[in-house]
Structures are given as C-alpha cells and as structure tokens.
Design a protein around this ligand. Structure first.
Ligand SMILES: [Zn+2]
Length: 512
C-alpha cells in the first residue's frame, strides 16, 4: 500500500458551477475511487478559489460582504458535488484563515528569503476578465481570446516571482522519467514549447488599491497577493503545510496527482513546481499533472448567444437526480485529455443502450431465470466465460492505471456484451435442471465482476447491483477502505456467496 494524494482545480467563486467543473470533478473522483479500491491510502481534495477583483466587484454589485458572497457559492458547489457522489476528503477554501492563510504567508516568506521574489515596476496589458496581465503571445488580434476584450495598459509596482530563470530546470523536470509527468503525453508539447519560447517572471502581488480582497503580502502593507501564490498553494495548505497542522505524509511520502483543465495546465506545470523548488518544498512531488479538455454542447462551444449551455442540474433532474448516467457519459464518451461533446440525444442513447439494455437487462434476465424454478441458489464452477473475465480485468486495470479511463469502461461493457451474447447463443432459457443452474450461475458470476469494475465509475449503481446479486460485500463496497482484492478478481472469488437476491429494474425507461 502506498499513499496517493489527488487534487482538482479549486473553482472560482463568482458564478454557479458548470459542466466543465463537473467533468473535472468526476474524472478526479473516478481516479480517487480506483486508487482506494486498489488498496492505496488516498487523500482527495477539491475546493474554492475565493479571492480576487472579480469577486470583490461582484459582491459590491450584489451589495453583500465578499465573505458572505463566496460562502453562498461554496455551499452551492459542495452541495452539487455531494449529489454527484464526489468522494473528496477535504474541501479547501482560500478564505480559510486558519487552514489556508498561514500556509500561504509562510510560503511567501520562504520564497522571499530565497530571493525568488523581486519588486518591479511593471507596465503590462491587463485583462479585467482574466484578472491577469496578458503577454503579447496571449493576445489574438490585440484582444484577449477568452474575453474578446482589449486589455488595458496598466503600470504598477508588484512583487514578481522570478520564473524566467527556471526554464532549464523545468524542462528537465517535465521530460525526465521520474519527473513531473504530463498525462496524457500528447498534452506535453504545448507546455514544453512555452519553455522554448522563454519564460517570463510572474506577477505575484498587486497594489492593495486595486486588489483588496485577498491575502496580505507579509512585510509589505501596500500589497495583496495575486492569484498564483494564493490559489496554487491550496494543494499544500489543505495539508496544513508550514504550520503546526502539517500532514507531511500526504506530500513527502505520497504520489501526487493534480487534475487540471488544459487552459490552466501551464501554470500548474511551470509556476507551481518552480514555487515549490524555490521554497525548498520540492521533495520531489508532485508526480503527475493529469490534463483534461473542454466540453462543447451539441458540437458547439457553450455560449449564452447560441443558447446551448447545459446546466449540471438539468442533467441531474433529467435522470431523476441519479448522477450515474452523467458519470458514465463523461467517462465513456470523452477520452481523458481530449475535448468532448455533450449531447442530449447521445446521453439518452448511452442510458438506453448501455445502462438499461446491456447492463440492466443482463442483471434482470439472470436473476429472474435463477429464481424462476428455484430459490436463486448458485453453483459456480469453472466455465468458458472465466478466460473472458480474466482478460477484461487486465484491460480494465491497464486502462485505469494509465488514466485511460475510456478504455477501462469499454472493457466493462465488452464483458457485458459477452454475457448477453452468451445467453442468446446458448439459449440458456431452454436448458433444464442442474445444467441450467450452472450456466446461469456463471452469468451471475460474470455480473459480479462487472459490478466490481463499475464501482469507481457509477458507485451507487454498482452497489444496487451487488444488493440484487446478494453479494456479501454489498454493504461495505462504498466505504473508503473497501479494497478489490486479487482474490475477488478470480473466477469464483467470493466464497460466501451462495444465492442471488430479488430482481428489481435497475434503470427505468426514459419518459419521453
Ligand atoms: Zn481575458
């Protein structure tokens, strides 16, 4: 067993959660669950980024105190993630003065002492929407490509983090085998090319007069910390780093995975490790930057003008509050690292074809047949399907361990398909007596394997399947210390399982 620490981006507290947030949290949750199920000790952290000019202005506009303003959003996000069954262990908030601020201020002091911070007068192009200075490279036709706005020329005196001098070291870190891996591989060149173009120093503070809602810079009353030092530090402030609360085992002894969107991946790939190194905290994590793409809607960028914005709440209520169709859709349809598309037609298709027909029907057919002429008791013996299950466990494990979740979920449905085909080809319903019971028991055993494989993706569906199958582990399988042992992956690997339970419709037909 080893320790795994997995984090996501902290969401910015100025608007309600959208599908991009949801896609990232579900991706990280599937990984975190798989790490736990594989026997690792896991800490999974998510949270909120709550400072900055945008929050300051929005709160003023809404005539509420900024703290109250962000408290509302934090509650909204936490509630949504709970209903999506995100199994995070800790929710860090950057306005947390007990947990977050002491770490960030201590980290700042370490950076200052090491000579990595320098006060410079700076004139740059500032995008209000991005809340940051843009470089000439960021602009497209003179405007910010995200906000389609011309940045303002602003001159001010700021503390700068000397990132410009770290290029060679970062290049080595990001390319050596034991370094900081960008996953999937095809996401690495865009970051490496930034190093080739030459890195610039990064503004780490802003005058209090323009940014007041933030963490004060230690030993400089005139300055407030700007987003990077404040937000990136959440990964260690959640661990109480550089304070008496420090839980070093999650940083120094753990394998660290940061899950992040492609738009802010470069800050995580470049600024964050350079900060850790200069503060003397590169020991040597993090190990992995897992990058995901963006989600379009019906083939187009989501936008108010097009009117194609999909709200996570809409998707949840479309399936009666069950998050599993969405969890499956995102895992099944979007290869990790790629952009993906959300389509109402497609999610209904996935629901009907995969969840209802392939999975739900298989479970129902087997349970009904097993209980029809008997008491649902099982005789699990060696069987032709055993080799199939073994092969699929290999495919599944390979996909999960290499963060190619789309391959893993495909392996599960391949196993489902094999089960369904087997029933039809061998016309199991026409068999009699002991032979029939043995064949159906083999299919029930196949379903046990499918159930275990579905656990990281659709945990509550998997538990419901386990209940109907009457698996002894059903009650414990959603506990954080439940482990899928090697024995459980073997054919007949559940010794105390003697009969199946009552069938129930797993997924109801969609009301059209
Ligand atoms: Zn912008």
């Amino acid at each position: 067993m080893s320790r795994r620490y997995i984090t996501t981006a902290i969401d910015y507290a100025s608007a309600a959660p959208h599908m991009g947030h949801v896609m990232e949290k579900i991706l990280a949750d599937v990984c975190a669950r798989w790490m736990r199920l594989s026997g690792h000790e896991v800490r999974f952290q998510i949270g909120m980024d709550e400072h900055g000019v945008k929050v300051q202005r929005a709160a003023a506009k809404a005539e509420v105190d900024p703290q109250q303003f962000v408290d509302r959003f934090a509650a909204l996000y936490e509630d949504l993630y709970r209903r999506l069954h995100i199994s995070s262990d800790f929710f860090i908030r950057t306005t947390d003065r007990t947990r977050h601020w002491p770490t960030v201020q201590a980290l700042w002091k370490k950076l200052a002492e090491s000579g990595a911070l320098e006060k410079q007068s700076y004139t740059g192009l500032y995008c209000q929407g991005c809340e940051r200075f843009l470089t000439a490279r960021d602009l497209q036709d003179g405007v910010c490509p995200i906000h389609q706005a011309k940045p303002e020329e602003v001159t001010e005196s700021n503390w700068f983090f000397l990132l410009g001098r770290e290029g060679e070291w970062l290049k080595k870190l990001l390319t050596e085998p034991d370094g900081y891996r960008i996953v999937p591989d095809h996401r690495a060149p865009e970051t490496l090319s930034l190093i080739e173009q030459g890195l610039e120093d990064v503004s780490f503070s802003r005058p209090k007069s323009s940014l007041s809602w933030g963490i004060p810079v230690p030993d400089d009353d005139e300055q407030t910390m700007y987003v990077w030092c404040d937000a990136l530090s959440n990964y260690i402030s959640g661990l109480g780093y550089l304070t008496p609360m420090q839980e070093s085992q999650w940083w120094e002894g753990a394998e660290v995975t940061h899950v992040i969107g492609k738009d802010i991946a470069r800050f995580h790939a470049l600024i964050w490790p350079a900060m850790l190194k200069n503060a003397g905290l590169q020991v040597p994590p993090p190990q992995r930057l897992l990058i995901h793409g963006f989600l379009t809607s019906e083939g187009q960028k989501m936008s108010k003008t097009v009117g194609n914005i999909v709200q996570p709440e809409e998707v949840l209520s479309h399936f009666g509050g069950n998050p599993d169709p969405l969890r499956l859709y995102l895992s099944h349809e979007i290869p990790v690292g790629n952009d993906g598309d959300f389509s109402w037609k497609r999610i209904d298709e996935i629901y009907d074809a995969k969840l209802r027909n392939q999975l739900g029907n298989l479970l129902n057919r087997i349970l009904v047949l097993l209980r029809k002429d008997g008491d649902g008791s099982l005789i699990i013996e060696q069987h032709a399907l055993r080799a199939e299950a073994k092969q699929r466990w290999e495919d599944f494990g390979k996909g999960m361990d290499s963060f190619e979740l789309q391959n893993a979920i495909q392996a599960v449905f391949n196993l489902c398909l094999s089960g369904n085909i087997y029933i039809d080809v061998h016309k199991l319903w026409t068999l009699k007596g002991e032979e029939k019971k043995k064949e159906l028991s083999a299919l029930a055993e196949l379903l046990r394997h499918i159930t275990l494989m579905l656990l990281p993706f659709v945990p509550h569906t998997a538990q419901e399947m386990a209940r109907q199958l009457n698996l002894p582990c059903a009650a414990m399988m959603l506990e954080k210390d439940f482990v899928i042992t090697e024995r459980m992956k073997e054919w007949g690997g559940e010794e105390n399982w003697t009969k199946v339970g009552e069938p129930n419709i797993l997924f109801a037909p969609l009301v059209k």
